[in-house]
Design a protein around this ligand. Sequence first.
Ligand SMILES: C=C(O[C@@H]1C=C(C(=O)O)C=C[C@H]1O)C(=O)O
Length: 279
Amino acid sequence: MDNQSLGNIKFINCLPLHYGLSHGGFGEKLSIYSATPAQLNQLIVTEQLNISPVSSIIYAQNSEKLVVLPNVSISAENALESIILVSKHPIEQLKQARIALTSKSATSHGLLKIIMHHAYQASPEYFVSPLSLDEGVLEDAEAVLFIGDDALMAYHHQLAGYYYYDLGGEWKKLTGLPMVYAVWALNRKFADLNKDYVQMVYEKVTGGFQYGLTHIADAARTLQDTFSLTAAQIVHYIGLLNYQFSPAHEQALLTYYRMAHDLGLSPNITEIEFAKVVK
Ligand SMILES: C=C(O[C@@H]1C=C(C(=O)O)C=C[C@H]1O)C(=O)O
């Protein structure tokens, strides 16, 4: 990786983009660095990467230093199968529980805290853990939050005796809004000094997503041997996501930011500043 690399989330949620980059020619002239959202968040904040998808809360926490690429996000209107709380007890009984949080996320940590506080009047004790179910994360917690492929696998291979909650659905019930999980963030100074490069990345990311969505059945077939999901399940999952960043998404994200701020999780952000690109 060098700081001119474009960050990339190595989860199935970005399959359309991955396919557009690899099969649609949109990856040409790009150096790409793939990692988990939490790793990309850290690399953007420390300026080791200049453009990357990041957890959406990272923009609120670093808005003086970052701007956001317009028209692209990882969002969902409702339940999405990949932001999942696995619990030993019904969620109403987690008021004082210990809850483990995946070490791959940032936005969904805040999302769970908002939902527990507002929808369940609960104040559990939270701690970050890298462990999976198989590695015993629930030996030390009443519930665990997973995101991305870990959550998708947990959702599709549910174990008897556990309760599963889809936080996209819980957020929709609480606010009536879509949820914006990730945005493409850029270092503000880098964006000002590298307009041509930023324009190129904008075209490749938005064009790559479009290509991948148009060829989603082919894209899903490239994964079906790697994951214990069928191509149809992958196509269905991608259909639950939305990769635009419409004014309605922007308002939904600002609502999330306000609620995160009220819980002391981020500064008070009332607008999102976008990188200037020709659309
Ligand atoms: C929909 C998802 O969106 C993501 C959730 C993120 C987070 O919680 O911080 C960050 C990036 C995205 O990968 C997912 O990972 O399932």
